[in-house]
Design a protein around this ligand. Structure first.
Ligand code: CU
Length: 140
């Protein structure tokens, strides 16, 4: 009985994947990779490796930059500002709750990082692509 319970408890850990995203690699205004394909239950772990950035969900088009505090939902996200200025490489973990497209960006500098291409997509679609989202961000 005990072993069966342990096995059942381990199932999510076995099948859920973690997707690692580096924020600010080489001191740049980037999320690497900028496109993530993830299943419900997967996690996306963002690690800030330079400066001070945020991981915040926003609109696909229109008011993209800066993303609003609290992020755009449903199932949105907002890490708040995460600073690596002290070298601590802070992390933010988002658990994927649905397979809808989610678009994210950095809210730093009143949207300047976002407009400069500090953007990413989780599960973009054929009609809502990362490339179009990034163009929308640059123009917002
Ligand atoms: Cu930033």
């Amino acid at each position: 009985m005990f072993s069966k319970l342990v096995f059942l408890a381990l199932i999510p850990a076995i099948f859920a994947a973690d997707h690692a995203v580096t924020v600010g690699a080489n001191n740049g205004l980037t999320f690497t990779p900028n496109t993530i394909t993830a299943a419900v239950g997967d996690t996306v772990t963002f690690t800030v490796v330079s400066r001070n950035h945020s991981v915040t969900s926003t609109n696909f088009s229109g008011a993209v930059c800066p993303p609003p505090r609290g992020g755009v939902g449903p199932n949105g996200f907002d890490s708040g500002f995460l600073s690596d200025l002290d070298g601590s490489m802070p992390k933010f973990v988002y658990t994927v709750r649905d397979t809808n497209p989610h678009f994210g960006a950095c809210m730093q500098a009143a949207g300047a990082h976002c407009r400069a291409g500090m953007t990413f997509a989780i599960n973009p679609s054929a009609t809502q692509t990362y490339a179009q989202f990034n163009r929308n961000a640059a123009a917002s």
